[in-house]
Design a protein. Structure first.
Length: 379
């Protein structure tokens, strides 16, 4: 199996940032299903039939209900369910000017168009709003639990530079990133100043490297896959290392739009470098299907880093039996001690506005299973 080459002098046991300050066992990744009344309010607002205050009232109600759902299920660190977003990328693609959509090569393994309209850098960036801060402040005012802001990672942002499209804004990817990274540090700095010390980054591009098919597509984009991998870790660490007081998490997404997926294959090709060199304290890893491979790559998770096992799928309504989830946690503990493991659903329930193909009752039962199993395993 092809693996990422190692650089001479790179420490495999890098643990910069210290041990995690937050050791929650029952978590969510981010998004929850949008209720029908919120979808209707958004449609009316887009049609000019609902005012901004009316839309905000529907969003506020949905957030309060999302918080109650997580609390009742036993989730220890909560999010606002991303009820104010059209997609998980909004803190970047809607929070800054300069992003649109462009036809480009997709990194998908499921059947579909070779090229499609996807988020892209289309103009110079400028800040519009700090959406994670707005979300987190409202959520904190309505819960006693720790609120976890979520946002796209710099490594994801780097892939929004699309050759043939983005040169009109910045001559090179590196010039774009040199402009963007200080803006992301400002955004995080405002979160930290407001008292938030647990932040999750999301990146569905690390997982692209587990397949030769997508590595070939990266080459079509003019990127050497393993050099890009090294650079993306550097970019994420640049943001992470600027805030040592924060407990950082990284969700390594495998695709989640309306119950679809794109990454197929174990973490083996990326595990040693990603788990050893990325300076986060918590990894959210998707392990809901055999497509994710075995737990063996967990042996590369260094220091005191914690792995949050995404064992309950958000793509289908059937709830995994507690006994099965516990058995899989025990299997993972052969490679990483139980005290360095935690549990979550595999991804959000609605990475994009329509949501995945399950209903609110299935979502509730899955979240309750996360809380119930976490209590059974860790107390």
């Amino acid at each position: 199996m092809e693996r990422s080459p190692r650089n001479a002098g790179t420490r495999a046991d890098s643990t910069q940032g210290g041990p995690a300050r937050h050791t929650y066992r029952a978590e969510v990744v981010g998004s929850l299903l949008r209720p029908d009344y919120l979808k209707q309010a958004v449609a009316r607002h887009q049609a000019g039939a609902a005012s901004e205050p009316e839309l905000r009232a529907a969003q506020d109600r949905a957030v309060r209900e999302a918080l109650t759902l997580q609390e009742e299920a036993g989730i220890e660190a909560v999010t606002d369910g991303e009820m104010r977003r059209s997609a998980w990328t909004d803190p970047l693609t809607a929070g800054f000017e300069g992003f649109g959509r462009a036809e480009q090569i997709g990194l998908f393994s499921q059947e579909g168009p070779r090229r499609s309209l996807l988020p892209a850098l289309t103009g110079p960036i400028a800040p519009r709003s700090n959406l994670p801060l707005r979300e987190a402040l409202f959520a904190r005012a309505h819960t006693q639990r720790t609120v976890k802001p979520t946002m796209p990672s710099p490594s994801y942002a780097s892939m929004l530079y699309v050759p043939g499209v983005s040169e009109a804004a910045y001559p090179s990817r590196e010039q774009f990133l040199a402009e963007l990274l200080p803006q992301l540090r400002r955004l995080v700095g405002e979160l930290v100043e407001a008292g938030f010390d647990y932040i999750q980054l999301d990146c569905p591009r690390y997982s692209a490297l587990v397949m030769e098919e997508t590595r070939a597509r990266l080459r079509e984009l003019g990127l050497d896959p393993w050099r890009w991998f090294e650079r993306m870790i550097e970019l994420d660490n640049e943001l992470i290392d600027a805030f040592p007081q924060v407990t950082w998490a990284m969700h390594v997404c495998r695709g989640n739009h309306q119950s679809t997926w794109y990454a197929e294959g174990g973490y083996d090709p990326i595990a040693e470098r990603l788990f050893g060199e990325l300076h986060v304290q918590r990894f959210f890893l998707e392990y809901d299907t055999p497509r994710a491979g075995t737990f063996e790559p967990l042996r590369y998770v260094t220091g005191a880093k914690i792995v949050v096992l995404g064992l309950l799928t958000t793509k289908q309504p059937e709830v995994e039996p507690d006994e099965l989830v516990i058995r899989r946690i025990e299997e993972a503990s052969r490679y990483l001690p139980l005290e360095r493991l935690a549990l979550s659903p595999q991804c959000g329930f609605a990475s994009t506005f329509p949501g995945n193909k399950l209903d609110n009752e299935a979502q509730r039962r899955k979240l309750e299973a996360v809380g119930r199993v976490a209590r059974a395993v860790w107390g």
